[in-house]
Design a protein around this ligand. Structure first.
Ligand SMILES: [Fe+2]
Ligand SMILES: [Fe+2]
Length: 420
């Protein structure tokens, strides 16, 4: 399992070349669109097996007859629409990666697919974008070896929020005077809402051709009406139901995540990383423990068992998680964010925050900044025996000749904490 995340380069995503058969299905009622797709994908490796269907009904029949990895569907089709098809796939085959490839949609149709699709492409889609999207979707499937976990994460269309923050969002949405900036400020306090709004704002559906890294900016871009529709009619945001998850645990996780994001950003800036890497450090730091939310939301009892084991045996939390789930929160969180189409630099920062040395980049990147920030945040909290402690990988720092920078980063972090 540990080897699954090894990469050659920070920019090149996840995993060694995988020669296993991959099955991709395309669904479009227009045969000429399918013919174009066939043409643009003609030179794909032989292990890619492609199936083309002209209706949702045919697609479901094919899906029932064998294992598929990815489905790419049109939205507007006679009979069964793309969103109906996606909803059926979510129900019957939750492990499949769901991608929409559609022409310009009315807002209503676009919003309806917001929960059912992982990613969105807009017609006409050039061959390079299509191939890169499919390639990434197929590669990430090798990252979580457990089919059960893959199905679980793939089925998650939203991430539960802290009930108090969710209540504030709903209250603000009911107020006609609320501005998108105010909504953004609420969303920026919550890991789950932030991940979701970044997925949506950066999807091709909303026609944006530059990456938005900031949840406030994403809220302003989408606007109050869109966020209201998303929140109230498609439940892209949700609150933790009381399944034995104490609000304090989630509140602490949110606080730790927020500070880690700020610290990672400060460290990245101190090391003069490019703006994009500084942005990825901020977002990656904020989302680095998102996998814990996935685990707690779905396996609260087992997760408390994990924490008890970590405490009793004095092992890091992520090690205790791997024993129980055959994957840890870093891998699970990164898988979710990759599925949702967040940039590689953010996903890598999440995937490698407990073992930055495995992300074999020869330079300091957002992954390194998040790793250090996470450890320093725990250190500053002053609970060395906490199950949540994270140790700095000194070998990693030594390899990058950055050990001498640690005192400076510590100073920077205490300055930020004082200002908190
Ligand atoms: Fe972590
Ligand atoms: Fe953490």
């Amino acid at each position: 399992m540990e080897q699954q995340f090894l990469v050659e380069d920070e920019q090149q995503i996840h995993g060694a070349p995988d020669t296993a058969v991959k099955r991709v299905m395309f669904v479009d009622d227009d045969q000429s669109v399918l013919d174009d797709l066939k043409r643009s994908l003609a030179s794909m490796p032989p292990e890619w097996q492609m199936t083309f269907c002209t209706s949702g009904r045919d697609a479901l029949k094919e899906l029932a007859s064998g294992e598929f990895d990815v489905v790419v569907t049109d939205m507007r089709m006679p009979g069964m629409s793309g969103s109906e098809l996606l909803a059926e796939i979510l129900e019957r085959h939750p492990g499949i990666v769901r991608i929409v490839l559609s022409g310009n949609l009315e807002q209503d149709l676009a919003l309806r697919s917001a929960t059912a699709a992982h990613q969105y492409l807009v017609k006409p889609c050039d061959a390079a974008t299509l191939r890169a999207t499919l390639d990434a979707a197929l590669r990430i499937r090798t990252l979580l070896v457990s089919p059960k976990l893959r199905r679980l994460v793939s089925r998650m269309t939203s991430l539960p929020s802290l009930p108090s923050v969710y209540a504030r969002l709903v209250e603000s949405l009911e107020n006609a005077e609320t501005s998108s900036r105010e909504l953004g400020e609420i969303i920026a306090q919550d890991v789950g809402m932030t991940a979701k709004i970044l997925q949506l704002a950066n999807s091709a559906f909303f026609g944006l051709y530059r990456y938005i890294a900031n949840p406030c900016e994403a809220a302003v871009y989408l606007g109050v009406d869109t966020i209201r529709s998303l929140a109230l009619s498609t439940s892209v945001f949700s609150a933790f139901q009381d399944k034995g998850v104490p609000e304090l645990f989630i509140a602490q996780l949110q606080r730790h995540s927020m500070i880690t994001g700020m610290l990672a950003h400060a460290i990245a800036r101190a090391e003069n990383l490019p703006k994009k890497a500084c942005d990825s450090s901020l977002v990656g730091g904020f989302l680095h423990d998102v996998g814990k939310l996935v685990l707690v939301a779905n396996y609260a009892n087992e997760y408390y068992g994990v924490l008890a084991t970590a405490r009793r045996e004095k092992v890091p939390c992520h090690e205790a998680e791997s024993r129980v789930f055959a994957a840890n929160h870093a891998e699970i969180g990164a898988y979710l964010l990759w599925l949702w189409g967040l940039p590689d630099s953010v996903c890598n920062a999440v995937a490698f925050h407990h073992r930055p040395g495995d992300c074999s980049s020869a330079v300091f990147t957002a992954s390194g900044a998040v790793h250090v920030a996470d450890a320093l945040q725990h250190e500053m909290d002053g609970q060395p025996d906490s199950v949540f402690r994270a140790d700095i990988d000194m070998n990693y720092l030594a390899t990058l000749r950055l050990t001498a920078r640690l005192p400076e980063w510590r100073k920077l972090c205490s300055k930020h904490s004082e200002g908190e």
